[in-house]
Design a protein around this ligand. Structure first.
Ligand SMILES: Cc1cc2nc3c(=O)[nH]c(=O)nc-3n(C[C@H](O)[C@H](O)[C@H](O)COP(=O)(O)OP(=O)(O)OC[C@H]3O[C@@H](n4cnc5c(N)ncnc54)[C@H](O)[C@@H]3O)c2cc1C
Length: 365
């Protein structure tokens, strides 16, 4: 790596540029080859300048936040990787604005400390604030689309900064307009409307969280208790980053929960009964429009892939069936081979094709 001289504007160093830069250390999988060029930008202006530079020269661009939802190919990235390292946490009453580079989980902790409800169950989700709208991050009964009001983004097609109200972000389960058109918007700032519920959380919706808290679903609990309970539940599943624990060298859930049409669900029930007996039934949650969401983890386990599955350097987490992990010596190809084995095994057993949640770069499943 040969760093260029940093460009300084006034007294603020806005960006750092490195060549032939390893990307693996920037991802939670710790996988992937180098980028031709890695730009680390610490202001919105530096982010926009780097994006424009790449677009003007026709250079492929990869935006990296915390690298916790990225599978980068072993050959790396033939272009410019732009690491968003902007900072900014601003509260005005219940209105919150975060710079894209803010650490999401730290920001959640600060909202809880400020006595504001709405994102406390999203504690412990790794990565940056700017990436939260990309797949509409969610966990334990909350997702960002419920509290997010606006996304300020650089629109690469229009060549200008735009403010998109939540209604224009196309949010759905683990999806958004940003994920749909990954080469169009670079998120600069994310705005939320939180709730002052007198130190209490939003109503607890997720059954497992309610059980752990000893309350009925719909009740509110002290904010800090909600956050700590979620963090404890997550840690037990290897879903809180811990460099010493290979179960967390992952991208969290590798597959999304399948959302099935009524016919697809009927067929799944038939295949499950055929394979597991007449009383067996896959989990089913109504998802609107007659569609049914089922559990990827349930399907994976019933297809024969249990926690810890695998004999190579990429294995299923010992704490959670949905997390594929790097045990330390894996390559991206090892990881993808495991992912394909699980996907194909579930399809052969139940006729459902699982879709990967993390974004793949230079490779595909
Ligand atoms: C242990 C673990 C647990 C997890 N648990 C959850 C969970 O409970 N719920 C959940 O939803 N996710 C979970 N994830 C996935 C991940 O943390 C989230 O998707 C997170 O939002 C990714 O943020 P990031 O900054 O790391 O994004 P990156 O991995 O850096 O990038 C992901 C994608 O977003 C794009 N991107 C990033 N920043 C920007 C930006 N500013 N503008 C435009 N595009 C951008 C990237 O180009 C890439 O396509 C988990 C991951 C791990 C490792």
């Amino acid at each position: 790596m040969a760093p260029d001289r940093p460009r300084t504007l006034g007294r603020v160093q806005e960006r750092h540029v490195a060549k032939n830069a390893p990307l693996a250390p920037l991802t939670t999988f710790r996988l992937g080859g180098p980028a031709n060029r890695l730009v680390t930008a610490t202001t919105d202006d530096a982010v926009i300048a780097a994006v424009r530079e790449a677009d003007d020269t026709g250079t492929p661009l990869l935006i990296i936040g915390g690298g916790s939802n990225l599978v980068i190919g072993d050959k790396g990235f033939d272009g410019t990787a732009l690491r968003i390292a902007t900072r900014g946490f601003a509260l005005d009453g219940t209105a919150l604005e975060l710079a894209a580079g803010e650490n999401w989980s730290d920001a959640v902790a600060r909202t809880v400390a400020a006595g504001l409800a709405g994102v406390e169950c999203l504690a412990g989700i790794p990565g940056s604030a700017g990436a939260t709208p990309i797949q509409n991050v969610g966990a334990y009964g909350q997702d960002v689309s419920e509290t997010l009001t606006e996304v300020v983004a650089y629109d690469r097609r229009a060549g200008e900064t735009v403010t998109l109200p939540a209604a224009e972000c196309g949010f759905s389960y683990r999806h958004s307009r940003f994920k749909q058109h990954p080469d169009r918007f670079v998120v600069l700032r994310v705005r939320f409307a939180l709730e002052d519920a007198g130190g209490l959380s939003a109503p607890v919706r997720y059954a497992q969280t309610a059980r752990a808290l000893g309350v009925a679903p719909g009740e509110r609990v002290p904010l800090a208790t909600a956050r700590e309970t979620v963090l404890a539940l997550r840690a037990g599943k290897g879903m809180v980053l811990d460099p010493a624990d290979h179960d967390t060298w992952s991208a969290g859930s590798f597959f999304t929960n399948p959302v099935l049409t009524e016919d697809e669900h009927t067929e799944l029930v038939r295949r499950v009964r055929e394979r597991l007996g007449p009383d067996a039934a896959p989990p089913a949650f109504p998802d609107g429009g007659g569609r049914v969401k089922t559990s990827a983890a349930w399907l994976i386990e019933r297809a024969g892939f249990t926690k810890g599955y695998g004999s190579g350097p990429a294995r299923i987490s010992t704490k959670h069936t949905l997390a594929l992990t790097n045990r330390g010596e894996a390559t991206t190809e090892d990881l993808l081979a495991l992912a394909r084995e699980v996907r194909d095994g579930v399809r052969d057993a139940f006729g459902v094709t699982l879709v990967n949640e993390p974004v793949t770069v230079g490779v595909s499943l």
